[in-house]
Design a protein around this ligand. Structure first.
Ligand code: URA
Length: 221
């Protein structure tokens, strides 16, 4: 195991015995996250649902099915992206996690971001958006107003991370109008991801987006 794999095993093991918030009382299996620890694309969702709690894996229920479809119709395999949530144990009756629970789980969220060190970080829904944009020092004004825009930031010591907020895929399950918005947002994600993966010479390498917009953007681009 290399250093990164050792760190990931430690996170998985710490999550499995975690009692930092009340949600541990309700979990069947904790859901630390999954994917390649050197992926350039990191997705952060909200919380495990019933199926995730049974399997110990993120996004394997109905919202997960839609999420994987949004990726795979664009030629991005689930297995090439890293997926986690802002809380890692299922809230009772699928209620939303509260701020204290997101905060209690944040040591894992931060460790995962630093470990994966992604070029693109996509937040799915309000809970992930609020937490991650707060970390980046950007005021969160709700997913419907924030979504679909790129924010180039320095985050937790990582330079030039492209943050992209969008809706949680579950939203499209009860509001079909959201599906076309997600389609458009995932098109944007794919475009930058492809441009970054073609350009494998490192974090400082210029991307198509850098070329178009120049270097002046610390925040919204
Ligand atoms: N919704 C989430 O936010 N995360 C999951 O893992 C599953 C559903």
């Amino acid at each position: 195991m290399d250093g990164k794999e050792v760190l990931w095993s430690k996170i998985v093991s710490d999550v499995s015995t975690c009692t930092r918030c009340v949600l541990h009382r309700y979990r069947t299996k904790p859901v630390p996250g999954e994917g390649p620890i050197d992926s350039r694309l990191l997705f952060i969702g909200e919380a495990p649902g019933q199926k995730e709690d049974e399997e110990g894996r993120p996004f394997v229920g109905p919202a997960g099915k839609l999420f994987v479809e949004l990726l795979e119709v664009r030629g991005i395999r689930r297995s090439e992206v890293f997926i986690t949530n802002v809380v890692r144990c299922r809230p009772p009756n699928n209620r939303e996690p509260n701020d204290d629970e997101v905060l209690a789980c944040s040591n894992y969220t931060l460790s995962i971001i630093k470990l994966v060190s992604p070029r693109i970080l996509v937040t799915l829904g309000n809970h992930a958006g609020k937490f991650i944009f707060g970390l980046a020092g950007i005021k969160w004004v709700g997913v419907s107003r924030m979504r679909g825009r790129w924010f180039k930031v320095d985050l937790l010591g990582l330079k030039d991370v492209y943050l992209f907020p969008t809706y949680h895929p579950a939203t499209a399950l009860y509001n079909p109008n959201i599906k076309s918005v997600l389609d458009s947002d995932f098109n944007a994600i794919k475009e930058l991801y492809i441009s970054l993966t073609k350009n494998l010479i490192g974090r400082k390498a210029s991307t198509l987006l850098d070329f178009i917009v120049g270097d002046r953007h610390q925040h919204e681009i």
